[in-house]
Design a protein around this ligand. Structure first.
Ligand code: NDP
Length: 242
């Protein structure tokens, strides 16, 4: 109970600061859960989602969410959408299977980097990037290389605070059907009981880690949270141990 109280205290602290945030990719699996968690905790006084299409929400709780619909190919024309947010969360991404190699690079590197640049110019002080386990700009695997490249390019932007999340396979019930991911998840379920932090992470843990991290004050300019750290931070009761 005490731990829960501490978490609540931290949330209360952030609420008093009247901060605003934006989420990129709020229609995706992670972004959707993150938006829900942020609304539930009421930690930001203004929540903006930036995406390529307008979303509809049935729930009353979403009524104050501001939506900015942008054309990611012409992001410079939408710089106002990125103005005045204190904290930014980027959960944008596609796959090579869905968009081809060039499309994947365009979204996961170019759109993400351009968004980060506009956010920085717009006054964002804490940028959060959902990257991936194994991200490495020297990797020979396209996916891991692109993730590593975008991580490094954003670091150059010099945000006051920059947090990189490197989750392993996200365990979730994805709306969109991805056969390979389904098979992978099935294989990982028994393994995840034995080695819970090695190869996978529940999606809810990732978003809790993002929220918990945002409410904590940190003097670290750049933080890289590997899968194990995400597991630890995403368990709400661990919040005071960081
Ligand atoms: P989803 O695929 O569920 O969602 C992706 C988001 O990006 C959606 O909001 C989607 O918008 C948006 N998007 C995709 N393509 C475009 C485009 N061309 N233009 C504009 N917006 C676009 O993502 P996940 O939650 O699965 O993953 C989020 C991030 O985490 C990704 O970067 C991924 O690489 C990374 N990651 C994922 C893992 C996993 O196991 N799934 C593991 C580790 C890291 P729209 O709804 O309009 O398509």
């Amino acid at each position: 109970v005490r731990m829960a109280e501490d978490t609540e205290k931290l949330c209360e602290g952030l609420r008093k600061e009247n901060k605003s945030c934006f989420i990129l990719g709020a229609s995706g699996e992670t972004g959707k859960e993150l938006l829900k968690e942020i609304i539930k905790n009421r930690i930001f006084s203004k929540v903006t989602i930036i995406g390529r299409r307008k979303l509809t929400f049935e729930d009353e709780a979403y009524k104050d969410v501001i939506q900015e619909v942008v054309d990611f190919e012409k992001l410079d024309e939408y710089s106002s959408a990125f103005q005045g947010h204190d904290v930014g969360f980027c959960c944008l991404g596609t796959t090579k299977a869905k968009s081809g190699e060039a499309g994947f690079i365009r979204v996961d590197r170019d759109y993400v980097l351009k968004s980060a640049q506009l956010a920085k110019a717009g006054g964002c002080t804490h940028f959060n990037l959902e990257s991936s386990k194994g991200a490495n700009k020297c990797s020979s695997f396209l996916y891991l290389r692109v993730k590593g490249e975008v991580e490094a390019a954003i670091e150059q932007l010099d945000f006051d605070r920059y947090t990189i999340f490197r989750p392993a396979v996200l365990m979730c019930d994805r709306e969109e059907y991805r056969l390979a991911e389904r098979i992978f998840q099935k294989v990982l379920i028994p393994i995840s009981y034995t080695f819970p932090t090695a190869f996978s992470v529940p999606l809810t843990t990732v978003v809790r880690a993002m929220v918990n991290n945002a409410v904590l004050n940190s003097d670290k300019k750049v933080e890289i949270l590997e899968n194990k750290a995400i597991h630890a931070l995403g368990a709400a009761q661990e919040i005071t141990k960081k």
